[in-house]
Design a protein around this ligand. Structure first.
Ligand SMILES: Cc1ncc(C[n+]2csc(CCOP(=O)(O)OP(=O)(O)O)c2C)c(N)n1
Ligand SMILES: [Mg+2]
Length: 564
């Protein structure tokens, strides 16, 4: 058998740990898909459309470290590129692979189908360059190994998406076999001199403070530093808070954990202890309008030390070219044997409000959000992953108490409603051994609902809580109008549509606590496919945090143009 460009790409994907890739077929990628099917241990998983294909690969990357989506030119790729923007925002190495026009047509003046009708097909590569860390176009087999390796290596290093387009007549061309994976997995080491100085500066920053606190941000997983952060917390002895988008990136049963720091909508006691601290070690934070609650909670200034993935800034000095894991390890070694800086933890234990008991609703009363959240909380195990969609699902997820090992997946930087349906699918493909729970608003679900059919197809026992509050409640709280009302669907009834003649998905509608409990029991018992539980609640029945946060974000949005 001839070894081809498509084989090379597929083998590299397998070498970096992919067991699956997501695809939608089209004539520009059919031959490539044939080649990929021939790679041992690499399964081809199909999606209903390319936006979902991109988000499926994104969800897969969350569970598996990297993902890949294969689409056709323009009509497919331009949809997938939205999800690739999301992967960039969320720091996930997703490889987008697009079939492309025949190499003989490039520069020929020919007008081809699936293009904008001009003979220049370069626009897709140009767009991809803006949304990825590496974008390459392969129009000859000779260039393929170098270009493929460049794209994949850069994506893995940067934890950002990459783009590879392959002319449709090139993927079956002969190509050398790839060498060992080390060539694309190896990373440049930290600069030793910079590393030492960065650690010195951080140690000085800590030494000069009596009441430091740690704040964990959303790029900690991409930095590969979740375990290191726990050891740093153990060494320092101070309070640890997580940013909203970093929910589950630090164990919630850790004695130093004080919950989410999110300005006015922080966990009880977290904002107070944060404000009491005299120095903040910020690990991989992303400060945007949402995470700072409309710029009202933005840690800055001399009392903030930034510990980013490759960059440290403290004491008025900045250091680049160092890996966070090396910095943390060095800092731990430096702090060993020194007295603990545990003032914030001592104080937090004093001021922490007692936990309010969770009320159980009357089982026959109309379902309310709080009862819905209580019942979902009861499902969380150490092998659970909760995928929470944009909307009040964010705030419901934030209030959950996670057993050690439980994960929450959020897409707070990109915030594409509908992300969670395909992302849950991709996540479930990557981690079939976990209990996977999705919390999705009705408005979000309507964007990408059809991907539930793929969960049916692959018999994935995902549990979907579809919150039917008759509209875009998050937007109602920020700025209301007729555009926040949506057409109601028979969401539970959709499962029959997706099952067709061979599926085993189940759909239930819950209008009371008792109905929800019954539906959950059936969902847990269903191992042959997804279960969608439509939770019917009032349009204004949302978390109080959503209301407070929404008001602050709306205020930030409404700032008038500055007078210049
Ligand atoms: C692709 C996309 N389009 C529009 C928006 C704006 N948007 C943000 S949240 C939201 C409504 C979400 O409604 P739903 O899923 O029902 O959640 P709820 O707020 O009701 O909990 C919309 C339209 C978006 N974030 N992404
Ligand atoms: Mg809604």
């Amino acid at each position: 058998m001839t070894y081809t460009v498509g084989h090379y790409l597929g083998e590299r994907l397998a070498q970096i740990g992919l067991k699956d890739h997501f695809a939608v077929a089209g004539d520009y990628n059919l031959v490539l898909l044939d080649q990929l099917l021939e790679i041992d241990g690499l399964r081809q998983v199909y999606c209903c459309n390319e936006l979902n294909c991109g988000f499926s690969a994104e969800g897969y990357a969350r569970a598996n470290g990297a993902g890949a989506a294969v689409v056709t030119f323009s009509v497919g790729a331009l949809s997938a590129l939205n999800a690739i923007g999301g992967a960039y925002a969320e720091n996930l190495p997703v490889i987008l692979i697009s079939g492309a026009p025949n190499s003989n047509d490039h520069g020929s003046g020919h007008i081809l189908h699936h293009t904008i009708g001009t003979p220049d097909y370069g626009y897709q590569l140009e767009i991809a360059k803006r949304l990825t860390c590496a974008a390459v176009s392969i129009t000859s087999a000779g260039d393929a190994p170098v270009l493929i390796d460049h794209a994949i290596r850069t994506a893995l290093r940067e934890k950002k998406p990459a783009y590879i387009e392959i002319a449709c007549n090139v993927s079956s061309q002969p190509c050398p076999r790839p060498g060992p994976a080390g060539a694309i997995l190896a990373d440049a080491p930290s600069d030793p001199d910079t590393l030492k100085l960065a650690i010195d500066e951080l140690a000085d920053f800590i030494a000069a403070r009596r009441k430091p606190i740690m704040l964990v941000g959303s790029r900690l997983r991409a930095a590969g530093c979740e375990d290191a952060a726990i050891r740093l917390a153990d060494t320092l002895g101070c309070v640890v808070t997580t940013m909203a988008a970093a929910k589950s990136f630090f164990p919630e049963d850790h004695p130093a954990y004080a919950g989410t720091y999110w300005g006015d909508v922080s966990s009880p006691g977290a904002q107070q202890i944060f404000d009491w601290a005299d120095g903040v070690l910020c690990l991989t934070p992303v400060f945007n309008d949402y995470s700072t609650v409309g710029w009202t909670a933005w840690p800055r200034g001399d009392n903030v030390a930034l510990m980013d993935t490759r960059h440290i800034a403290a004491g008025g000095k900045a250091f680049d070219g160092v890996h966070l894991r090396d910095v943390i390890e060095g800092l731990i070694a430096r702090l060993k044997g020194q007295p603990k800086k545990d003032a914030t933890l001592v104080e937090y234990r004093r001021i922490k409000p007692p936990e309010a008991p969770v009320a159980v609703a009357d089982p026959s009363a109309p379902l309310v959000r709080a009862e819905m959240a209580r019942q979902i909380q009861g499902l969380l195990t150490s092998d659970t992953s909760v995928i929470a969609e944009t909307g009040d699902s964010w705030f419901n997820a934030m209030q959950m108490k996670l057993p050690r090992g439980a994960r929450v997946e959020l897409e707070m930087q990109w915030g594409h409603i509908g992300w969670s349906v395909p992302a849950t699918f991709g996540y479930a493909v990557a981690a079939p051994e976990r209990r996977i729970i999705a919390m999705i608003g009705d408005g979000s679900f309507q964007l990408t609902a059809q991907e539930v059919a793929q969960m049916v197809r692959l018999k994935l026992p995902v549990i979907i809580f579809l919150v039917n509050n008759r509209g875009y409640t998050i937007e109602v709280q920020i700025h209301d109008g007729p555009y926040n009302n949506i057409k109601n669907w028979d969401y539970a009834g959709l499962m029959n549509v997706f099952n067709a003649e061979d599926g085993h998905g189940k759909g239930f509608r819950a209008t009371t606590g008792a109905e929800m409990e019954k539906a959950i029991a059936a969902a847990v018992a269903n191992k042959e496919g997804p279960t969608l539980i439509e939770c019917v609640i009032d349009r204004d029945d949302c978390t109080s945090d959503l209301i407070s946060w929404g008001r602050r974000v709306a205020t930030a949005n409404a700032r008038p143009p500055a007078v210049r």
